[in-house]
Unconditional design. Structure first.
Length: 740
């Protein structure tokens, strides 16, 4: 039976929605009035533009989509009909006021809403009751009360859970391919992180399913609400592990009333979108070297090595005279320019100024000896001389204008340059790993994913190439706060890339050392912070409760984790699905047609088993072309409520996809299409940070073998499911697993 107060709460929620609608109508009316204003004059036009911008921003703020406006209520201790001095507040997605401007709904980020997330029986924070509203849009389905003046039910208290009915209802909902916010079910340990102070570095360590990504996004929304100035101007940046992940989370912040946050992968931060978009992976040994923090010194040396004096004196024809630039003078110019602050390309102007001044002095000395009037303007002389080939060649030798791509292409293509830049920094074998063919042209150069961080480092050293040109270094924008997800996967050079985007080292890093699958696995979070904000204080907070992964799946994943590192402990699952993971060995017997007839249009785990057997048969190379299902019926997303991921190794994704297509299964491959399909085929790298109702892991041995960090990749794959897990293989499992 529903709670007896459902009807009264429904009336209150209806009132809140009516007021929200009235607020939107008033804003639209104001906008129509502003657009119809035909006033002229600078001040009138400016005022109208301000009204339009303000109105559009307000209208965007008042749009909440299909999510519920109200999800909770808090009552002060002693509040009741006889006590009018104490208050009750309804907590919601955004603030809504009544006709009298009294608050009908309090924004979840407001200080008065904090007890809704933080109050416990031991520390009720002045509350007598916390009420959770279970809603579907504007409809109140049920209520759950926690009374702080009685002992109440102790179930779940050991994990610090509050609002259990609402929480478990939320956890049990099918996934849609887009991440939802958790604003209605934020738990105490999560809220502590969300509301942590702005300055400094906060590191959030959390195992699979602990909600660390959601917490990081809610923290971004909270900081923008609490520190609107200066963050609205400075900006907030969210960095994710891949583009699929960014599409997965892109609706969370708008649902929390924040649309101004910028999102990017780490490689997407580099200004040249062509480089970031076309970059490819390379050998893990080379990738590890290029991600090493020592490469920062190598690049600094590479830039310094291009600031060099002439090999020989240069004779410069000027009118009927010949000016001379000696090696000794070029040494003095280079030394003087190196002492000046600024980027390499910016100091080219200093080099030119020194050169024009020296040549002007030389010209004056010659004129004086010839009894001419000594009137030579160095700047005017420079405008003439720079067009002379001998001068242009000399400047390119002394202090060339370089792009990051030119610097790296030249460095990789010349052993002498690598030896000069890496002496006493890299070993001989390491130097050899950097060398490659320069190619026919700079435009045709192919850049790897690990090159992008080096290009960004080079850009910071070089700066703009031409005075007055759009400064590419300006695109290395810095932000008031930076949020980094899966931070444990970033190399030291990538971390330096992110550090340049932070105005004052105000950052939130979230991740899990156990799930590190990058080229370099950090020994601790201290290693990560050392590359981001050296000599800055930082705080480590931990999320200990696994809300996503059922205990049955986590028990199997924990066996993989113990094989990775026996000292690591998995997070504690808060719930059970009642369904044990299943293991299916592909032996090539039977036929796909029989399986399809048995499972076609089935729901739940049966589709997972169908996909697993079908995909494994193709991957094992033992099943030929799949016959069409009887009657031409195919498995489509309409037959599947929720999301199903088929996670496998990159080398057999094409085979798995082909088998599923032959079997008549409609699916998507990792990317934008995959988010719009119920069934998705993807690799571990693309699955990072995502969650699905059911997961089928195909050929775990290959998944582990092709992951940069072996079994850690398999641990990631196993922990993506919220309901059920199936494992299918033809090669021997890489670790002994007990699937009881």
């Amino acid at each position: 039976m529903a709670h007896p107060d459902v009807h009264s709460e429904q009336e209150y929620v209806d009132l809140a929605y009516a007021r929200l609608s009235a607020m939107r109508d008033a804003t639209q009316s104001m906008l129509r009035e502003a657009f119809s204003d035909k006033s002229s004059g600078f001040q009138a036009v400016t005022e109208r533009d301000v009204r339009v911008r303000s109105g559009l921003s307000r209208l965007e703020h008042l749009f909440i989509g299909t999510e519920s406006l109200v999800f909770g209520r808090i009552d002060s201790a002693g509040s009741g009909p006889s006590d009018h001095g104490l208050e009750s507040f309804h907590i919601g997605r955004l603030g809504v006021s009544g006709v009298d401007q009294e608050p009908l709904v309090v924004d979840w980020r407001a200080p008065v809403a904090e007890p809704f997330y933080r109050a416990t029986g031991a520390h009720p924070m002045g509350l007598s009751r916390r009420r959770h509203l279970l809603c579907n849009g504007s409809r109140v389905l049920d209520l759950e009360d926690e009374l702080f003046d009685s002992e109440g039910d102790a179930v779940g208290r050991s994990l610090g859970l509050e609002g259990r009915q609402v929480l478990f209802a939320s956890l049990g909902r099918s996934r849609s391919g887009r991440m939802r916010d958790i604003v209605a079910t934020v738990q105490g340990e999560q809220d502590e992180i969300i509301r942590a102070p702005l300055p400094g570095v906060i590191v959030v360590q959390g195992g699979p399913g602990t909600g660390k990504t959601a917490v990081a996004l809610h923290r971004a929304a909270y900081l923008l609400y609490t520190h609107r100035f200066p963050l609205e101007k400075q900006g907030v940046l969210v960095v994710g592990p891949n583009r699929t992940f960014l599409r997965y989370i892109e609706h969370v912040l708008p649902s929390l009333d924040e649309t101004g946050v910028e999102m990017s992968t780490v490689n997407g931060l580099y200004p040249s979108t062509a480089v970031a978009a076309t970059s490819v992976k390379e050998n893990v040994v080379v990738a590890k070297l290029k991600g090493d923090g020592r490469m920062a010194k190598v690049l600094a040396r590479a830039v310094s090595g291009r600031e060099r004096p002439l090999r020989n004196d240069v004779r410069i024809p000027y009118g009927g005279r010949t000016l001379r630039l000696s090696v000794a003078v070029s040494e003095q110019i280079v030394a003087a320019a190196r002492r000046r602050p600024g980027t390499h390309n910016a100091r080219r102007r200093i080099v030119e100024a020194y050169l024009w001044r020296y040549l002007a002095t030389q010209l004056v000395d010659e004129r004086e000896s010839a009894a001419d009037t000594p009137t030579v303007d160095p700047a005017e002389l420079g405008r003439t001389l720079r067009r002379i080939p001998e001068v242009a060649e000399a400047l390119e030798r002394i202090w060339p204008l370089l792009s990051p791509e030119q610097l790296l292409r030249d460095l990789y293509g010349a052993k002498a340059l690598v030896d000069l830049a890496a002496v006493s920094i890299l070993g001989e074998d390491e130097k050899a790993l950097l060398l490659r063919d320069r190619g026919e042209s700079l435009e045709a150069a192919v850049w790897t994913e690990s090159d992008v961080a080096l290009l960004d480092e080079a850009l910071a050293l070089l700066g703009a190439r031409h005075k007055g040109a759009a400064d590419p270094a300006g695109a290395q924008r810095s932000y008031g706060h930076v949020v980094v997800d899966e931070a444990q996967d970033l190399s030291p050079m990538q971390l330096r890339m992110i550090a340049r985007r932070s105005l004052s080292a105000s950052m939130t890093l979230v991740g899990d050392i156990a799930q590190a699958t990058g080229a370099v696995v950090p020994a601790s979070w201290g290693d990560v912070v050392a590359n981001l904000a050296p000599r800055r204080k930082w705080k480590l907070l931990e999320l200990s409760v696994n809300y996503r992964t059922p205990s049955e799946i986590m028990d199997v994943a924990a066996q993989v984790l113990r094989a990775v590192d026996p000292s690591m402990r998995p997070s504690e699952s808060v719930r059970s699905s009642g369904r044990s993971p299943r293991v299916l060995r592909a032996n090539g017997a039977g036929g796909i047609g029989e399986l399809l007839e048995r499972f076609v249009c089935a729901l739940g785990d049966e589709i997972a088993e169908l996909v697993a057997r079908t995909a494994a048969g193709r991957a094992a190379g033992s099943l030929g072309e799949a016959p069409s299902p009887s009657g031409g019926v195919v498995v489509t997303p309409e037959a599947w409520e929720g999301t199903l991921a088929v996670i496998t190794a990159p080398s057999i994704i094409a085979d798995v996809s082909g088998a599923m297509g032959d079997a008549g299964i409609v699916f998507g491959v990792a990317g934008r299409e995959a988010l719009d399909r119920s069934i998705t085929v993807l690799s571990v790298d693309d699955a990072k940070g995502l969650e699905f109702d059911s997961v089928v892991v195909v050929e775990p041995a290959k998944v582990a073998a092709e992951s940069l960090q072996g079994l850690r990749g398999l641990y990631v794959a196993f922990t993506r499911a919220t309901q059920s897990l199936a494992v299918v293989y033809s090669e021997e499992l890489p670790v002994r697993l007990d699937f009881r």
